[in-house]
Design a protein around this ligand. Structure first.
Ligand code: SF4
Length: 542
C-alpha cells in the first residue's frame, strides 16, 4: 500500500467517451510525488511537440500531492497542469479550497483528461465511479447558477465542483478554473483548455480519506499545530487581514507595482488595503479544507455596486493588479472588478495587467476612443475598469482583443505597444516588482512558465536584519550571508537556484505556502516530518 495516496489515477478521453484507471507503483509515486511534477510527467511523456494548446490533443492534468486531504492546515491544494494557450509552454496553477481533498476521498490521486467532447459535458466522480454527463443545461451559465443546478441534479450540496465560467467557454487565453466559487487555479488559461474540450466541470464526492503510515506521529503534529499556530507572527496578520494585509507594507517598501509597473509606489494604496476593506466592505473570514487560519476575506456591498460574497473577496494579487496597476483606488470598483473576474472565470492578474496595458496604450494614442466604444481608458478611471472586465469576460468590444493577453494584443496593435506589455513568454507579471526583488526577477526571466512569482523564495526572506532563526532555513543550502532584496550578485543567483528547487518541492507536495515556507510556521526542512509521517518514506529536504 502507498500511504498518503489512493493509488489510482483516472484517465479520461472525451473524444471516445472512455475512462480507464491506472494503478502506478509506489516507486512512481515516490519519484513524481504529485502536483506540478506529476502533471509534468504526463505532459512530457504523452504530449506531441508543437501541439495547439486549444486542440483536442492537449492534455490537462488535475493532480493532488502527498499531504492533500489530511486534516491539517495547508493540505487543501491541488494543481492543474497543461500546455498553456497564453504562453504556448507548460503551465501549472494551484488552488486551495476543498476539491483536491475530495478527489482523493473519491478514490483518485489525479485525473488526466484529453480529447474533446462533441457537446458540453461534465465529469462526475463519485466514490470511485465515473460518469461523463451532459452539461448542455449549464453551458453559458455563471458558476453560482451552474453549481446550484449541479447540486440539485446530483442531490448533494457537499459535492465539490471545479468549473469554468463564460470566460473559459469563450476561450479567454487567461481563463481560470474555480472550485466552490472562490478558490482558483487562476493562471495561464487552464480554464480555456477545459473550454476547448467542452468540459464545463468536474464534480467529485467521496468517503475514503487517505491513510497515513504513522498516524500517531501525524496526530501529534496536528495537535502541536492547533496549540501553537496562533503564536506564529507570520500567521497572526493572515488571520486578521488575509493576504490583503500585504498591500500597505509592500507599498511602503516601494514594491507595489503601480501604473502598469511604471513605479512601485501608489499614493492611494491605503484605499485598497486589507485594513480599509475591514473598515468598509468586509463580510466574513473563510478558509480551506481543515485549515483554521481562515485567510480568505469575503466582501459584500450593495452600493454603488452589488458585490456578491458568494464569490469571496479580492486577495493581494487582485487588489494590486486591478487596483494599483490601473491606479483605481475605489475599493468598491476594485472589489466589483475582482468579483466579475471570478464570475466570468478569468485570472485577476492577467486581467488587471491587460487593462493597465490598454490604459498606457490609450495615454500614448495607440488605443483611441473609437477602439474603446467611447470609454475613456485613463489610469484611475474606476468605471472603465469595471466595464472592461465585463468586456473581457464576454469577449466583446476591446475586451475581445485584451482577452488574448498583453503579448498578442501588443502584436496586433503595433505602433510600439509592446513597450507597455508587461509579460515574459506571454505570461503577465504578477504583483511583485522584479526591480525590488531580484531573485523574483530571475524567476520571471528564466522560468519555464514565464513570469511566475511562485518559482523562487522571495528575496526579503533572506534579508539582512532578520533574526538568526529566521535565516536558518537557508543555511542548510550553504546560504550563510543574508542578501539585500535589490542585490544581484553571484550569491543572489545561488540563492535563486536553490530556492527555485525549494519552490518545485512545494509545488510537487501541493502544500500551502502560508504554512510551509522559510519564514512560516513550518520551515521547508521541518515540514519533512509531515511527509515522513504520512508516506512512511525516509526522505530529506534534498
Ligand atoms: S492558509 Fe489560507 S490559503 Fe492556505 S490553506 Fe489555510 S485558509 Fe487556505
Amino acid at each position: 500500500m502507498t500511504y498518503g495516496y489512493s493509488g489510482k489515477i483516472l484517465r479520461v478521453d472525451l473524444t471516445t467517451d472512455k475512462t480507464t484507471v491506472e494503478q502506478p507503483s509506489e516507486i512512481f509515486y515516490r519519484r513524481y510525488m504529485g502536483g506540478g511534477a506529476l502533471g509534468a510527467y504526463y505532459l512530457l511523456k504523452e504530449l506531441e511537440p508543437g501541439i495547439d494548446p486549444l486542440s483536442p490533443g492537449n492534455i490537462i492534468v488535475f493532480a493532488t500531492g502527498v499531504p492533500t486531504g489530511f486534516p491539517l492546515a495547508g493540505m487543501s491544494r491541488h494543481s492543474v497542469i497543461s500546455k498553456s494557450p497564453l504562453t504556448n509552454t507548460i503551465a501549472e496553477s494551484e488552488a486551495g479550497g476543498w476539491w483536491g481533498p475530495e478527489l482523493k476521498a473519491a478514490g483518485y490521486d489525479a485525473v488526466v483528461v484529453k480529447g474533446r467532447a462533441e457537446k458540453p459535458v461534465y465529469l462526475w466522480i463519485n466514490d470511485g465511479k465515473v460518469d461523463i454527463k451532459s452539461a448542455e443545461n449549464i453551458w453559458g451559465r455563471y458558476p453560482d447558477e451552474a453549481q446550484k443546478t449541479l447540486f440539485e441534479e446530483l442531490g448533494d450540496k457537499n459535492v465539490r465542483i471545479a468549473m469554468i465560467g463564460p470566460g473559459g467557454e469563450r476561450l479567454v487565453r487567461y481563463a481560470a478554473i474555480s472550485n466552490n466559487l472562490r478558490h482558483y487555479n487562476g493562471r495561464a488559461g487552464l480554464g480555456a483548455v477545459m473550454g476547448s474540450k467542452n468540459l464545463k466541470a468536474i464534480a467529485v464526492r467521496g468517503k475514503n480519506r487517505p491513510k497515513a503510515a504513522d498516524m500517531t506521529a501525524l496526530k501529534a503534529i496536528i495537535k502541536e499545530f492547533g496549540a501553537h499556530f496562533k503564536e506564529s507572527p507570520a500567521l497572526i496578520g493572515l488571520n486578521t487581514l488575509g493576504s490583503a494585509g500585504n498591500v500597505n507594507p509592500l507599498n511602503e517598501d516601494g514594491q507595489l507595482p503601480t501604473k502598469n509597473f511604471r513605479t512601485g509606489y501608489f499614493e492611494e494604496a491605503d484605499q485598497i488595503s486589507g485594513e480599509h476593506i475591514h473598515e468598509t466592505i468586509f463580510y466574513k473570514a473563510e478558509g480551506c479544507f481543515a485549515c483554521p487560519i481562515q485567510c480568505k476575506m469575503a466582501v459584500k456591498a450593495y452600493e454603488p455596486y452589488d458585490i456578491d460574497p458568494e464569490y469571496g473577496g479580492p486577495e493581494y494579487e487582485a487588489l494590486a493588479s486591478l487596483g494599483a496597476y490601473t491606479m483605481v483606488s475605489d475599493i468598491h470598483a476594485v472589489s466589483k472588478a475582482s468579483e466579475l473576474c471570478n464570475k466570468y472565470g478569468i485570472d485577476t492578474i492577467s486581467t488587471g495587467s491587460s487593462i493597465a496595458f490598454a490604459m498606457e496604450c490609450y495615454e500614448n494614442g495607440i488605443i483611441r476612443d473609437e477602439d474603446t466604444g467611447g470609454i475613456r481608458l485613463k489610469f484611475g478611471n474606476a468605471e472603465a475598469l469595471v466595464k472592461i472586465v465585463e468586456q473581457i469576460g464576454l469577449r466583446e468590444g476591446l475586451g475581445d482583443l485584451l482577452a488574448e493577453g498583453t503579448k498578442r494584443a501588443a502584436e496586433h496593435l503595433g505602433k510600439g505597444a509592446h513597450k507597455y506589455a508587461m509579460h515574459v513568454k506571454g505570461y503577465e507579471f504578477p504583483a511583485h516588482d522584479p526591480r525590488a526583488k531580484q531573485s523574483v526577477g530571475l524567476a520571471y526571466a528564466t522560468n519555464a512558465y514565464g513570469a511566475d512569482h511562485m518559482s523562487t523564495i522571495h528575496d526579503p526572506a533572506f534579508s539582512p536584519g532578520l533574526s538568526k532563526e529566521a535565516l536558518e532555513p537557508m543555511n542548510s543550502f550553504g546560504l550563510l550571508d543574508p542578501l539585500p532584496p535589490e542585490d544581484l550578485s553571484e550569491e543572489k543567483v545561488r540563492f535563486f537556484y536553490y530556492t527555485q528547487l525549494i519552490s518545485s518541492y512545494l509545488n510537487a507536495l501541493d502544500v500551502c505556502m502560508y504554512v510551509c515556507y522559510p519564514m512560516q510556521y513550518w520551515t521547508t526542512s521541518e515540514f519533512i516530518n509531515v511527509i515522513k509521517a504520512i508516506s512512511g518514506w525516509e526522505v530529506t529536504q534534498w
